[in-house]
Design a protein. Structure first.
Length: 668
DNA sequence: GTGTGACAATTTTTT
DNA sequence: ATTGTCACAC
């Protein structure tokens, strides 16, 4: 990550601005840090400085954008100070922080502190059910419509009851009731409720203000209004709040992020010390010039200069390709070629694209070409069906009142509690206002069922109760207990039966195994089962997983924020892809430009840009034009290349080689 | 209640 | 092209 000049002890190797930021420990601080200016390094030094000055590690809170970034920050601070000190700090995302707060104080709001988190497909599944229940299936509303409306509403501080569209509102309100009845919170609820708890209850506010004396927020340009509200509740006088960000890298407007949070930080926390980091230590002058040319076209930005410290550098290559398949092959070939001579590593390369679906082609070709790769955040590990199944079992074992999970595993794998029985169960719960688990143990419910149904329910209850106690005493041998449970319900063979290919079988089996590994690992680190589940719900990847995998990184532009790679390929630079056609419709084209800017500034030494004439979409070939953003780039630092021409040249070379080869063969 | 195959839709980006 | 949904046969 962001490497500044030099290395070494605390104040060594920092430039003036960085040093100033590191030393500004009291009161509000705003660090405007352009891409590659050693932002992370500065933040880490600053925290180390706080500790050196005598701050208690447990009084330090650092909020990052992803859990991965959190782990990394903790790690790097740990490298500079006592490792135990790093362990005692709180380093987490806003969402994890809110879970922490609510596990203590949800009771104040009438919620149970052992709530579970409804995320990903569990949440969408629930919404889908409700759409059907309210007769919305025939109309054209989708789970997505409801989910995004609910999220928008919550993040802007309005009740779901005020959604304008009648049907969406009805489903949304029902969704909210359902969550509540099932003792579950979604991502947005975490923020909403934590903020509310702090705002309404002095007791909670005092508790957390007493806990955190120094707060740092990274990627501040991507915080939304609700998160700002939360910060204002959390950080009391003397406002020891340090925020770090770059308005040019604001790419989460669609999630409610407000650039005004960073542009008008002084509004919320008066008289902040402002520090600007403008020396870029990451990229060559060539790459940075291209980036600067692009971002200059961005309206309403903080005017700032980003200075290259690495002069010159290889020009940025702009490649035109006939189709997406050729594009993937070309990237593969280019990487091979680069590695052939020098002693580079696969990890030095990254391929960045706009959407997850674009990853597929590249992935497919890489597999074919035997280029090792690692996918970051494509289909999140924890959102795979088999993984969610296993997690649901664990959730129910941790807390059988976790209804969302309970309903998921009720008949997974099939055990004779089908749709009919489930329907009856839900009816019963709604009528009597009880939770599913209670109903299933209740004679007045099981009495309504057929003998077979009642038997199936009874043995399910026994299964869960049996393993519940088994798990409680398991300590760090939960992995074994989980294995036994899966054995008992014959989960794997059921799962395997539904697989089409051997490869799929392999992957799914592996995924199930990895849950066990991740669980055992979490236990070893002293986490509780519930904490493990929280992490799984809030985090896209199991940590160790990603670190171990090696190879070329395949990643979306959004997910690439905060990362850097020696060589970057930015593919699919076509009108309609980047900028995405949808953003053109929604009038958020500027954000797409920033997205491209983020992509460009990930590159350290070498950058390749590419676009295709044809791209396959839904199995259909579609004609594409080069992205209009490419017109904003000057010529000075760019080399335009054409795949077809190069292939022809290459073919000619081959002919020549063949010619000499044939000659040699003749002479021999 | 469960498993299969035909059929239809497909939502950027993520905690 | 891929994925999920639905109707139908067991």
């Amino acid at each position: 990550m962001g490497r500044g000049p030099g290395k070494g002890s605390l104040r060594a190797g920092l430039n003036e601005a960085q040093a100033e930021a590191v030393q500004s420990t009291e009161g509000p601080v705003l660090i405007l840090a352009g891409a590659g200016t050693g932002k992370t390094r500065t933040v880490i030094f600053r925290i180390a400085n706080l500790l050196e000055k005598g701050a208690e590690p447990r009084n330090i809170l650092a909020v990052t954008f992803t859990n991965k970034a959190a782990c990394e920050m903790r790690e790097r601070v740990g490298g500079m100070v006592r490792r135990e000190a790093a362990e005692e700090m709180t380093v987490s995302t806003f969402h994890s922080l809110c879970v922490r707060i609510l596990r203590v104080h949800a009771g104040l709001l009438g919620y149970n502190t052992n709530f579970s988190i409804a995320a990903g497909s569990d949440r969408d599944g629930l919404i889908k059910q409700l759409i059907v229940r309210h007769g919305g299936a025939k109309q054209k509303i989708q789970a997505w419509d409801v989910a995004s409306a609910v999220s928008r509403q919550k993040n802007s501080g309005m009740p779901v009851g005020e959604i304008p569209d009648d049907l969406i509102r009805t489903v949304a309100m029902s969704y909210q009731r359902e969550l509540r009845a099932r003792n579950a919170l979604d991502f947005d609820d975490l923020l909403v409720l934590a903020e509310q708890a702090l705002r309404e209850f002095k007791e909670a506010r005092d508790y957390w203000r007493e806990r955190y004396h120094y707060v740092t927020v990274d990627e501040f340009q991507d915080t939304n209004g609700l998160q700002m509200d939360l910060l204002m509740q959390l950080v009391g006088p003397p406002h020891n709040l340090c925020v770090v960000g770059d308005d040019d890298q604001s790419i989460y407007g669609w999630r409610g992020a407000q650039v005004s949070n960073i542009l008008q930080f002084g509004h919320f926390f008066p008289d902040p010390k402002v520090v600007r980091l403008e020396n870029n230590y990451r990229s060559t002058e060539a790459i940075l010039s291209v980036a600067n040319e692009l971002i200059r076209n961005s309206p309403s930005r903080h005017e700032k200069t980003l200075r290259a410290t690495i002069r010159g550098g290889e020009k940025v290559a702009l490649m035109a390709l006939p189709g997406d398949e050729e594009e993937a092959f070309w990237v593969a070939g280019e990487i091979r070629r680069a590695l052939a001579g020098k002693n580079g590593r696969w990890e030095d390369f990254a391929v960045l694209f706009r959407t997850n679906t674009h990853i597929r082609k590249v992935e497919q070709i890489f597999r074919q070409e035997e280029i090792p790769y690692r996918l970051v955040g494509a289909q999140s590990f924890f959102d795979r069906r088999e993984v969610r199944d296993v997690l649901a079992y664990l959730q129910v074992l941790a807390n059988p009142r976790a209804d969302v999970a309970l309903l998921r595993i009720l008949n997974t794998p099939p055990r004779g509690i089908g749709a009919n029985t489930a329907m009856l169960l839900l009816e019963h719960c709604r009528e009597h206002g009880v939770q599913s688990w209670a109903a299933m143990k209740d004679e007045s419910f099981t009495g309504q069922l057929s003998a077979r149904g009642a038997g199936a329910v009874r043995s399910f209850v026994e299964l869960i109760e049996g393993f519940s106690s088994r798990f409680r005493g398991a300590g760090d041998r939960v992995g074994e207990a989980l294995h036994e449970l899966l054995q008992e319900i014959d989960y794997l063979s059921w799962l395997m039966r539904s697989c089409r290919t051997e490869e799929e079988r392999e992957q799914r089996r592996e995924a199930v195994g990895e849950v066990g590994v991740a669980l055992t690992d979490a236990m070893k680190r002293g986490r509780s089962l519930q904490e493990f589940l929280d992490e799984a719900a809030l985090d896209a990847e199991p940590e160790e997983e990603l670190e171990q995998k090696s190879g070329v990184t395949l990643i979306t532009l959004h997910a690439s924020k905060g990362l850097e790679f020696p060589v970057v390929f930015l593919v699919g630079l076509e009108e309609g892809v980047l900028p995405h056609w949808r953003s053109t419709e929604e009038g958020t084209r500027d954000e797409e430009r920033r997205l491209l800017y983020v992509g460009i500034t990930r590159a350290q030494k070498q950058l390749f840009l590419s676009y295709c004439a044809l791209r396959r979409k839904y199995g259909e070939l579609v004609r594409c034009d080069p992205s209009s953003f490419l017109e904003e780039l000057g010529e000075e630092w760019i080399v335009e290349r054409d795949y077809v021409e190069e292939m022809n040249a290459l073919a000619d070379d081959d002919d020549v080689n063949d010619f000499f080869g044939n000659m040699r063969a003749l002479l021999d």
